[in-house]
Every structure is written in structure tokens, then in C-alpha cells.
Design a protein around this ligand. Sequence first.
Ligand code: PRP
Length: 214
Amino acid sequence: MSEDRYLTFALGKGRLANKTMELLEKIGITCEEMKDKDSRKLIFVNEELKLKFFLSKGPDVPTYVEYGAADIGVVGKDTILEEDRRVYEVLDLGYGKCRMCVCGPKSAKELLQHHEMIRVASKYPNIAKDYFYNKKHQTVDIIKLNGSVELGPIVKLADVIVDIVETGSTLKENGLEVLEEICPLSARMIVNQVSMQMEPERIKKLITELKNHL
Ligand code: PRP
């Protein structure tokens, strides 16, 4: 493949993208265009390094990477698990650390222990399904929500939720607690499978430099 080919990064909008740009800057990769907060541009270019960057909704990052619209993506492990796309997960970036947990009122602990048929609300129905069906062998009713999932048990839509816990303050302020831990999460770098074959040196060099900095 030609040296002139652009390597394209898809970054999940928000804090994760900012952290990623900070990290890339430490290994000499910058994108001045991206620093202009008033810009409405969607794609940013570093001509010198032949790099392109775009921001997307987190759950779309693995989609762009699987289809090769981006060579590289940075997104949370939660999204990688939920989307289950054919991509290589190559690096744990260490930031965005949190946990995927089953949460609810203390009283729901018993329902979990006795493998009762319960209702589980989550923004992550695939993760919830995998956990309850394949790991716990418990039949549950999964209800997909799009945010503020903690409301589920409060308004009696669900018995428990499967959600991200970072500081734990959202749970605490709503009288809920962690009942079971599913897995730890953090930001990960993913790579398109064909890009990895076509540009192995360039991508491996990037991974090594990032590793040395983490
Ligand atoms: C996430 C998550 C929890 C909260 C956890 O929600 O779904 O609600 O953060 O953080 P904490 O443990 O530090 O309180 P987010 O803010 O992304 O919004 P959402 O509820 O709309 O998904």
C-alpha cells in the first residue's frame, strides 16, 4: 500500500475523544483543526502525517471500523461488547475506567440469588443477555432503555438494571447499589481487520508508541 494513504481514526465523541487526542499528542500526533471548538466540521485532517480523524456517537465507532470507513477506532469496552463487531481489539488505553454491573435496590439481591424470573432494564441488552443467559443461566426479561437507566427500578419498570458504574454516585443518590459485577471497562483501541493486513508496520508502530506511553 502507498505511503500516501491516509490512516483514518473514528473517535467516540466527548471525554473519550479529548483524552485520546491528549494521548496522541504525547506521541507527536496532533490535529490543530480539531482544537477549534466552534468548528462544525465533521472530519479533520493532518496532511503532514496523512491522518484523518472524525467524531461519531460511541456505538457507531465499531461499525465504521468493521466496514473500513475508519482504520482505527477508540471506544469503550462496553460498546465493543454490546456491538460485537468483527474488529481487532488491540490496546487497552487505561482511561475511561468503570465497571459493568447489575444494580438495583438491596431487596433485589434475593431475586438474583434464587434465579427468579426478573425484569432487567439496560442500555446494553446484549451484554445483559449474555450475562444472564450464558453465564448465570437465568431466564430474565430484558427491557432496552436509552439512558437514565437508574429510573427503571425506581418506577418499577424493572427489578434490576445492567449499567455502567463509575463513581457510584448516581446509584447512591437514587437508593440503588451494585448487586453483581459483570466486568471491568476502559477505553480500547480497535482496528479494521483488512487495515491490519494492509498497513501492519504503520499500525504496529502506533500501538507500540502508545504502549510505551501508557
Ligand atoms: C452513565 C451510566 C450511569 C452513570 C454512572 O450515564 O449509565 O448512569 O454514568 O456514573 P457514576 O457511577 O459516576 O454516577 P451517563 O452519564 O453516560 O448518561 P445516561 O444515563 O443518559 O446513559
